[in-house]
Design a protein around this ligand. Structure first.
Ligand code: FEO
Length: 394
């Protein structure tokens, strides 16, 4: 692996992790990821923006070696999570004169996570600046993207924004900038759905803050950098500000086929009413694809059979995930069947407490579906279509 030059004196020196397939022991990474770190040489001082996951610290060290970096004055820590901050300790071993630049909250978190001594820190307030000689770093506090201590670093003269996780994507590639916009769009949307969506209100505030800045390049700490920043800025604007779309997300799990039959009927009934459906079989579904669908969907209809007297654990799992990700859902319902009794409806609706949505009449039946049950599903489809029309969802 090697480094990239962004501009004379500004380098991308992080690591591409082609093989990683799971993040936070939760999130599938079908396309790997990267831990981007950036070196900025000023006429007087040198700064490193974020480090890398400690599992790949040797790549960062090697890149700094190739660039003959003998001194680092500032290690800017935009975010304390270990995939960016975890190699600060070894950087301080190699460059003991460096100061760690971060928000006051980040300082406390780094002392807890890395056991760094208080003396290594220099904290910065919102809009504070630090001169590198002919270059100036400005620090923009941006809490809750996606931890409370986060900040962005803006290099004024070069108009480069280093936003760490913000605008990032889990995507391994050797090139510096976006090569395939379709692929990056999906990766960035997956990343937004899984990481940023629960903090949509804070993201809106931080997007508003950025309106004052002229930005030529966005260099996040995961995935490719953006030399056409409007690509990712407009995508984020649609994800954080727009109303949901005319989409029903329909994840389901079925043991003997009754719930699946109901899901197929509802899909057809919604399609006939011009409502788009995204159907997922939970025994094989990728949670990342579900997260992507949750970014836009107006309605969630969960299909679950009954097992052990309640909702199937896979259905409970996806409900827990949807509740935690706090999507912009407006309506929800439940369909499925049971053999002799079920507490699935109470269980599932009780798990949606974070979401301000209207629960539509469930269609939960005993045994396999018959004519009356299909009519009830038609009625649910009609209700959903009407609600989407009334709200103007496209
Ligand atoms: Fe990429 Fe929140 O760490």
């Amino acid at each position: 692996m090697s480094y990239h030059e962004i501009k004379p004196g500004i380098y991308s020196v992080g690591a591409v992790d082609w093989d990683r397939r799971l993040f936070d022991s939760l999130i599938p990474l079908p396309d790997g990821t990267s831990y981007n770190s950036y070196l900025i040489k000023g006429s007087e001082k040198t700064a490193l923006i974020d480090t890398v996951d400690p599992a790949m610290d040797y790549v960062l060290i090697d890149n700094l070696d190739r660039l003959n970096v003998e001194q680092i004055d500032y290690i800017v820590c935009n975010h304390a999570e270990q995939d960016h901050a975890g190699s600060i300790t070894i950087m301080l071993d190699l460059y003991p004169e460096a100061r760690v630049i971060c928000t006051p909250k980040c300082k406390g978190m780094l002392m807890d996570l890395l056991h760094l001594d208080e003396s290594v820190f220099q904290t910065v307030n919102d809009k504070d600046t630090l001169s590198l000689g002919d270059r100036t770093m400005e620090f923009i506090h941006a809490p809750w993207v996606h931890w409370p201590e986060t900040m962005l670093t803006y290099l004024r003269e070069d108009k480069v924004l280093f936003p760490c996780d913000f605008f990032g994507s889990h995507l391994a590639q050797s090139a510096l900038y976006v090569q395939d916009e379709g692929l990056v769009y999906e990766s960035a949307k997956r990343y937004f759905g899984e990481i940023m969506m629960p903090f949509r209100t804070n993201i809106q505030k931080n997007m508003d803050k950025l309106k004052d800045y002229k930005i030529d390049i966005i260099a996040p700490s995961h995935g490719p950098a953006y030399d056409k920043p409007e690509f990712i800025l407009s995508a984020y604007r649609s994800w954080v500000y727009d109303e949901p779309l005319n989409i029903v997300l329909l994840p389901y799990v079925s043991m003997h086929g009754s719930t699946r039959e109901m899901v197929e009927h509802l899909t057809q009934a919604l399609t006939e009413r011009n409502v788009n459906v995204k159907q997922f079989d939970l025994t094989v579904a990728d949670p990342g694809k579900l997260a992507i669908a949750l970014v836009d969907a107006a309605t969630l209809v969960l299909g679950t059979c009954t097992v052990l007297g309640g909702a199937h654990p896979l259905a409970a799992n996806v409900t827990f995930l949807a509740n935690a990700l706090r999507p912009n859902l407006k309506f929800a319902s439940i369909i499925g069947s049971y053999g002799w009794g079920s507490r699935a409806i109470e269980q599932i609706t009780g798990m949606l407490s974070n979401l301000k949505l209207e629960v539509l009449e469930p269609v939960y039946i005993k045994g396999s579906p018959g004519d009356d049950d299909f009519k009830a599903l038609d009625k649910l489809a009609e209700t959903i279509a009407q609600k989407h029309r009334e709200r103007g969802y496209k």
